[in-house]
Write a protein that binds this ligand. Structure first.
Ligand code: KG4
Ligand code: ZN
Length: 335
């Protein structure tokens, strides 16, 4: 079964074709550069960029896959959570394609799709496992007990992990989205150099996370230096911040895994590209006897292959969406 995936939940316009769950025939991601100047995603600009790009991204994907619409068996599209204006572009495109071709379509949850990210060997992660989905918009720890059998064990109570990387990166003079550049800068710094406050969460679950206090501490530190920071000073701040975020994520992810009684974790979402997070999770996995599964960097970030992969399973199980399918901004009912 060949399924086209469409993803437009935030600022990446993406299309991919997956063959069952076992192969990506093509995957195209159109990155939007327009937001760089604003230090964050501007929702209206994101929707307009999706409108400009969606057809050419789709056409390039089909060309690379060597397919015509009639070669497809179905369409999967992200219908939430995300920016409503952005989601509506992908959703309307998928509905139009479904209407004109007669192909069935199914709406999928973006966070759920990250849990179906393709791994080396082109297979999704076998369940049961605990997945960490950490990106610019989400930070969720999900116990995946089986197909459509999820328990969200923890999530951020304020900023998403990637949002914290982006905001701290911009404070350090890096260009938005700043996660990857901060990761590079941190490699030149001393993670012990700057002491950052511990995070104490009130009224939160054991696996919930918070990043806004850390971001404020970094801002104060930078302001106290009144702009007199060398590259080395900035690298020290980056390294100290990165270490704190990674320690917190890894500690809570493995505690949740112990609690869930499973022996496999999956890292997904753009923050899973972080070099220290990948290394620290692998080290902890070896120590704890837990299998640590991490997609290649390309499949950590937003892409449509994960949407096509999840969609193909849903379609094969008979799921169909109607043309009345709505878009939703928040988590929906992932459980
Ligand atoms: O999953 P993604 O592509 O899009 C969504 O936000 O859903 O994730 C993008 C996020 C951005 O916040 C970006 O700064 C962050 O992932 N990111 C990283 C790294 N590469 C990307 N954060 C930390 N270290 C990285 N190497
Ligand atoms: Zn995402």
């Amino acid at each position: 079964m060949k399924v086209l995936g469409i993803e437009t939940s935030c600022d990446d316009t993406a299309a991919a074709v997956a063959e069952n769950t076992t192969g990506v025939l093509a995957s195209v991601v159109g990155v939007q550069k327009v937001h760089e100047a604003y230090g964050g995603v501007v929702p209206e600009l994101a929707s307009r960029e999706h409108l400009h790009k969606i057809h050419s991204v789709y056409a390039e994907c089909m060309e690379r896959a060597g397919l015509r619409p009639e070669d497809l068996d179905g369409i999967a599209v992200t219908c939430g959570p995300g920016l409503i204006g952005s989601l509506l572009v992908g959703l309307s495109f998928a509905k139009g394609l479904s209407y004109s071709t007669g192909l069935p379509f199914v709406g999928v949850n973006h966070v759920e799709a990250h849990l179906f990210s393709f791994l080396p060997g082109d297979l999704p992660c076998p369940y049961p496992f605990v997945g960490l989905v950490a990106s610019g918009g989400h930070t969720e720890m999900v116990h995946v007990r089986g197909f459509e059998d999820y328990k969200v064990m923890g999530s951020t109570i304020d900023d998403a992990a990637g949002e914290a990387f982006d905001k701290v990166g911009v404070l350090l003079g890096l260009t938005y989205p700043a996660g990857a550049a901060l990761d590079d800068l941190a490699n030149y710094g001393d993670p012990e150099a700057v002491s950052l406050p511990g995070v104490k969460l009130k009224n939160a679950g054991p696996y919930d996370l918070s990043f806004s206090g850390l971001k404020t501490a970094v801002r104060r530190r930078i302001e106290s230096r009144e702009g007199r920071m060398t590259r080395r000073d900035r690298a020290d701040v980056a390294a100290s911040f990165r270490r704190r975020v990674v320690e917190d994520l890894v500690e809570k992810l493995f505690a949740a895994t112990r609690d869930a009684g499973v022996r496999r974790v999956l890292l997904a979402g753009g923050v899973s590209r972080n070099t220290l997070l990948r290394e620290a999770a692998r080290r902890e996995g070896e120590r704890a006897g837990v299998d640590v599964v991490i997609p290649e960097a390309f499949y950590c970030s937003d892409n449509a292959a994960m949407v096509a992969c999840l969609g193909s399973i849903k379609l094969r199980r008979g799921a169909r969406s109607s043309f009345a399918l709505d878009a939703f901004a928040t988590m929906g009912d992932l459980a």
